[in-house]
Unconditional design. Structure first.
Length: 336
């Protein structure tokens, strides 16, 4: 018999027990005689029966499956977050379904609906912002949702992050201490809460501490990818900026290559600091100085929080803030 077509009915018929008894054996129910359990397990082994996880979930209301929404599966930052999630999920015997939302508001909603339709026990949501449609999906979901590397302006969802405002202030301060007065701020969409209310404010905090007026002409907005950073390089060069703080590693790689191709020497003529310290930061030449953050740990802690919520345990802290630091590499020359 084809293993894929073996059903619980086939096992029950061969073992001469009820389907309910087979179900109890498969789900580890203690209310089954040892002799019966042994007989059922022998038939399962003989027929090669593989219980359907979704079917079991319908009976137990648990599928031991987690949905993970990722905005761009090719982005090293989110890929590293997902690795932390997956490792902890495996420790607790959960499987993950990874769903790519392509940074599309419409697709995010579709992905959420699809995951909930698969009876997942919980969801970890990664992205760059939360819109009203996604908030509605969270409210409709009857499973817990934890955010990883994403802030919730409404403070409704548990989350794991670093202190983005102080991290950006610290990094900008490093460039100010090196003597720079015209520092570009390069970011993704400034309508995104994390950018406008945390990262940009951190940049402004540092300028204010050094009595330097904020200049909107030094703020550059693009997409969260390499090509966007590359295309912004000419504008950054023409702004007379002498340094830049970039809110995304892949954008920073684009900026450094775009400036180099335009004849600007980094770090001799222009210094750059990036923000995520993903693998991208060390594969550029020169390597990118960066805010450091425990990307893997953000994912791992988010998954651990989700396991607690799925077990109806109370969280000690709803919004976890992990420590950040700074790595001085080749894209800065005077930073100590």
């Amino acid at each position: 018999m084809d293993k894929q077509t073996v059903t619980i009915y086939d096992v029950a018929r061969e073992a001469k027990v009820s389907m309910a008894t087979v179900s109890r054996v498969v789900n580890g129910n203690a209310n089954v005689k040892a002799e019966t359990k042994e007989k059922v397990n022998a038939v399962i082994a003989k027929l090669g029966y593989r219980p359907n996880a979704v079917a079991r979930g319908l009976a137990s209301r648990r599928t031991t499956t987690i949905g993970v929404v990722i905005p761009d599966v090719t982005n090293h930052y989110f890929a590293e977050l997902a690795r932390g999630i997956d490792d902890v999920a495996a420790m607790y015997h959960y499987q993950i379904i990874l769903a790519n939302s392509d940074e599309s508001d419409t697709k995010e909603v579709q992905v959420m609906e699809n995951l909930l339709g698969k009876q997942v026990d919980g969801i970890i949501f990664m992205g760059n912002t939360l819109n009203d449609a996604i908030r509605d999906e969270f409210k409709k979901a009857d499973v817990p949702v934890v955010l990883a590397g994403l802030l919730d302006e409404a403070e409704e969802q548990p989350s794991v992050n670093i202190a983005y405002r102080s991290a950006m202030s610290d990094a900008t301060t490093e460039l100010l201490k090196a003597g720079h007065k015209r520092i570009a701020f390069v970011s993704g969409d400034l309508n995104h809460y994390m950018n406008k209310a945390h990262k940009l404010l951190g940049y402004q905090d540092a300028l204010a501490a050094y009595d330097i007026d904020y200049d909107a002409n030094l703020v550059f907005e693009g997409n969260y990818d390499y090509q966007s950073g590359y295309q912004l390089a000419d504008q950054i060069k023409n702004s007379a900026a002498t340094a830049a703080i970039v809110a995304n590693d892949e954008m920073a790689a684009g900026v450094i290559n775009g400036l180099t191709d335009a004849g600007v020497n980094v770090p001799e003529d222009f210094e750059i600091i990036t923000s995520n310290d993903s693998k991208v930061a060390v594969i550029t030449r020169p390597q990118l100085s960066s805010i450091t953050q425990p990307i893997y740990d953000i994912g791992a802690v988010a998954m651990r929080m989700l396991t607690k919520l799925m077990n109806h345990e109370e969280l000690a802290v709803n919004d976890v803030v992990l420590p950040h630091g700074f790595a001085d590499r080749g894209s800065t020359k005077n930073v100590k």
